[in-house]
Design a protein around this ligand. Structure first.
Ligand code: HEC
Ligand code: HEC
Ligand code: HEC
Ligand code: HEC
Ligand code: HEC
Length: 692
């Protein structure tokens, strides 16, 4: 009984802050993020330190790279501080895989020390918090690597999961380090160097922090896309239309609610450029189907519904669409939905590979539901608008024109970042644009100014991945580290949309409600090249064809995300060749065994749920799994073994059975003496022969 409960909820028995009955429902239910989950990580190089939060005790730093943007490359030390929460009975062994040296203290006692692979005997944890510190020293040269693992009588070796750690998120050094990171990202995203010449302080385009290369939409042919009243309102005050926009309010000082004459002039200039394509009348019959797509494709995870009140606060900070009818000409909107990065490579709206039919339905839904209007402002003068386009600095961001605004970035630094763009109010801001910064953001930027901005010249892939998971809203659709996705929390908004155009479900038909994969272990699951292609939306395979949803493409950030995720889990980009020379192909008998083990006759009947090449799964509606011919190109060997040995340790809700018992034996004693790891290896070897 107890074992069964653990199978379903492996962590619930260890962590008092997750209520056992809730654990398996977590992914579907709303759960507020635990602000103190994770660890504090401090790097030191030559006496200087830098602190940030981390999810795991793991790192991978290739030779010659810096471990953090805030310290130079070269030999370093890293120290993780956290507590592991436990109940009284828990007993665990710990291990570390290391390149460099490691020393781990738990409850004040050294439990691991050394290099390569170190393991501890079983250790009893105290009830409640068990302070742990992990001290790592990188090798003098070459790759640095660390992964901290644990195991118990009930589960085999696995990385200590993010949910097991708690840290003090309010510690001063951590707050400072996190503040600098937020400001550094703000600096890049708000494109400070578009106006303030950063020569000498910022790296050449394409070097250093990747976000410094962010573009802004090309402002060509806007008359073919947008309406004049919306343009004037947007240019006048972009934050009033899209709360988290990166575009500043350039014309400040006007009365609230009134359109500045200069914004009207620019709008008049823009609408004179390009004519809208002739629009066929929208078919209202498409509206319900478009609404269902809005729910089923996950648009609703990032956007509030177009019929939602424009001013309504949204607890998930989604992007409003109430204005789209007043903004767009319909054909241009359809074209945008099909390729949002057209003219704006760093657009954060992902690419859904929509068919013409889907794009038409979505356009009908958005257009016929959005209600927000923009009253006409003062009459604009296109000639004055054309001059403003250059003089107001619009093209500095929108066409990469060289900075023209005095002072230079170096000069702004000398004033401390407290004035101009960083002033607290309109009077003090003067002629500078308004970025709608909060007090916390301004303080962080001022602190960042004192660092001299050297951190912009380098980056750490693991940090890039973490930043972009937030910036691109991956967790809108995916669960991660025990936090439910936004999508799973807006079911009640989706119901009427889905009910208006229900999917046909039934034998052989898609199982729309099946959960999406969580992102928690992504960094060690997928081969980085495959992951990069998949995130870019350039991978033809759809591993879960039964899902109505699809993974949209994020091409601007895909490679950095894939590499950074691998690093943050302590994995290099390619798996080292197996120790025993693989030159000799696996024996035919082993391949034969692998093939048998997949079947119903003498095997585990994996084929019941998994297709294999052309052969479909035999009982797919039980719990479909990806076609196993994808394993070779998708799954890293380490993860494959971990998953097969105990799938519920990775995904408590998965229907994939666990075939091995606590001693690592399966019920099939005929092959390899029932040893699970050898049987799974035979299956692995066999699956490697699939050349897909
Ligand atoms: C659209 C162009 C533009 C962008 C982008 C921009 N600024 Fe400015 N900034 C200005 C203008 C214009 C002024 C006012 C100059 C004046 O008063 O003559 C200014 C003034 C300042 C000042 C005050 C300088 C002084 O000597 O008084 C600081 C500091 C500053 N900006 C920092 C920043 C930072 C940091 C960013 C990025 C978050 C940024 N700016 C982005 C245009 C810009
Ligand atoms: C991962 C989050 C995400 C998802 C999912 C998403 N969007 Fe977006 N979308 C954005 C962001 C962010 C923007 C703002 C534009 C930018 O940053 O370039 C945007 C912009 C838009 C715009 C333009 C809004 C405007 O003001 O002109 C439309 C229309 C839109 N999305 C529709 C959709 C539809 C339809 C879907 C589903 C097929 C969808 N979005 C799914 C993030 C998302
Ligand atoms: C600091 C950089 C910056 C400056 C200066 C700036 N913009 Fe933008 N602008 C952006 C970004 C970034 C976006 C994309 C929207 C977003 O991120 O929310 C944008 C979006 C827009 C859009 C909407 C384009 C679309 O395809 O949806 C228009 C129109 C626009 N800007 C016009 C202007 C005009 C006119 C000016 C000068 C008064 C200006 N911008 C100044 C950065 C800037
Ligand atoms: C609109 C919802 C949505 C958003 C936003 C989204 N994903 Fe996905 N993702 C999916 C769906 C649906 C799948 C399953 C696709 C399949 O297997 O056919 C998926 C699958 C994946 C996979 C494959 C995982 C596996 O275990 O097989 C990766 C990797 C992934 N997503 C990464 C990301 C990253 C990184 C982001 C943010 C940049 C992101 N996703 C944002 C919907 C989304
Ligand atoms: C009862 C159905 C079922 C059986 C039987 C089953 N699996 Fe699975 N398998 C699943 C499900 C469900 C998933 C997770 C799907 C997801 O991530 O969306 C999965 C995932 C996997 C994955 C990860 C696939 C990927 O590409 O993300 C591998 C590898 C795998 N199974 C191998 C096996 C092998 C080998 C066997 C037999 C020893 C087996 N499975 C038996 C249902 C099953």
């Amino acid at each position: 009984m107890k074992l069964a409960a653990r199978l379903l909820a492996p962590l619930a028995c260890l962590l008092p802050f997750t209520l056992p009955a809730q654990e398996s429902a977590d992914r579907k239910m709303m759960r507020k993020p635990e602000p103190k989950q994770g660890v504090t990580l401090t790097f030191s190089v030559g006496g200087k330190t830098d602190t940030r939060a981390a999810r795991l005790v793991a790192l991978e730093v290739p030779a010659g790279q810096s471990a953090t943007p805030f310290l130079p490359a070269g030999p370093f030390t890293a120290r993780w501080d956290a507590s592991i929460l436990s109940d009284l009975r828990a007993e665990f062994s710990f291990a570390a895989d290391v390149r460099g040296t490691v020393k781990v203290k738990l409850n004040g006692a050294v439990i691991l020390e050394g290099s390569a692979r170190v393991e501890s005997p079983p250790i009893k944890l105290q009830k409640g918090a068990n302070p742990i510190t992990v001290e790592f020293t990188s090798p003098a040269k070459g790759e640095a690597m660390l992964r901290l693992l644990w195991s118990s009588k009930e589960f085999p070796w696995e990385p200590v999961p993010p949910t097991a750690f708690q840290h003090d998120a309010s510690a001063g050094a951590l707050l400072a380090g996190e503040g600098l990171r937020a400001a550094r990202l703000h600096f890049a995203q708000l494109r400070c160097t578009a106006c303030h010449d950063g020569a000498g302080l910022v790296p050449a385009k394409g070097e250093g922090m990747p976000e410094l290369a962010q573009d802004a939409p090309v402002l060509g042919e806007l008359g073919s896309k947008f309406h004049e009243a919306w343009l004037a309102a947007w240019i006048n005050d972009p934050h009033a239309i899209r709360p988290h926009t990166l575009m500043p309010r350039v014309f400040t000082g006007g009365k609230p609610g009134e359109i500045d004459q200069r914004a009207a002039d620019l709008a008049a200039y823009f609408v004179a450029q390009g004519k809208p394509a002739e629009a066929k009348p929208l078919d209202p019959a498409l509206l319900p189907q478009g609404g269902a797509l809005f729910a089923n494709l996950g648009c609703i995870a990032c956007h509030t519904r177009p019929d939602a009140e424009a001013a309504a606060k949204d607890e998930h900070n989604r992007i409003p669409l109430a204005h789209v009818r007043a903004k767009w000409h319909a054909p241009a909107l359809t074209a945008y939905l099909k390729d949002p990065a057209q003219g704006f490579a760093w657009s954060r709206m992902p690419h859904f590979r929509l068919s013409d039919d889907e794009a038409a339905k979505l356009t009908a839904y958005l257009f016929l539901s959005a209600k927000r209007e923009f009253p006409a402002g003062p009459k604009g003068d296109a000639t004055r608008g054309a001059q403003l386009l250059v003089s107001a600095g619009c093209l500095n961001c929108h066409a990469g024109l060289p900075p023209t605004t005095a002072p230079t970035l170096a000069a702004t630094l000398q004033t401390g970042w407290l004035k101009g763009c960083l002033a607290p109010d309109a009077t003090a801001r003067g002629k500078a644009p308004d970025f709608a910064l909060t007090a916390t953001q301004r303080e962080a930027l001022a602190a960042f100014a004192t660092t001299g901005l050297g951190s912009l010249k380098q980056d750490a892939p693991a940090e890039f991945a973490e930043r972009q998971i937030t910036a691109q809203r991956c967790i809108a659709c995916h669960a991660r580290d025990g936090h439910a996705s936004v999508w799973s929390q807006v079911e009640s908004e989706m119901e009427p949309l889905k009910a208006a155009a229900p999917l046909e479900e039934g034998e052989g038909h898609p199982i729309a409600t099946t959960a999406l994969p969580a992102l928690t272990w992504l960094g060690e699951k997928l081969h980085p090249e495959y992951m990069a292609k998949f995130i870019a939306g350039q991978e033809k395979t759809k591993p879960r064809p039964w899902l109505v949803a699809r993974m949209p493409g994020f091409p601007a950030v895909s490679t950095g995300l894939a590499h950074g995720l691998a690093h943050s889990h302590g994995f290099p980009l390619t798996d080292p060749a197996p120790a025993a020379a693989p030159a000799a192909a696996p024996a035919a008998a082993k391949l034969q065994a692998g093939e048998t083990l997949l079947t119903e006759n003498g095997g585990f009947n994996c084929r019941q749920c998994h297709g294999l090449g052309d052969r479909a799964a035999t009982a797919v509606f039980e719990a479909p799994g990806p076609n196993l011919d994808l394993t070779r190109i998708r799954i890293r060997p380490h993860y494959y073994h971990r998953w097969l040995l105990f799938p519920q340790r990775i995904d408590p809700d998965t229907k994939m059975p666990r075939f091995a018992d606590d001693t690592g034996k399966t019920a099939l004693t005929d092959l390899f003496g029932g040893k699970a790891s050898e049987q799974y290896d035979a299956i692995w070897q066999y699956l490697q022969t699939f050349k897909k």
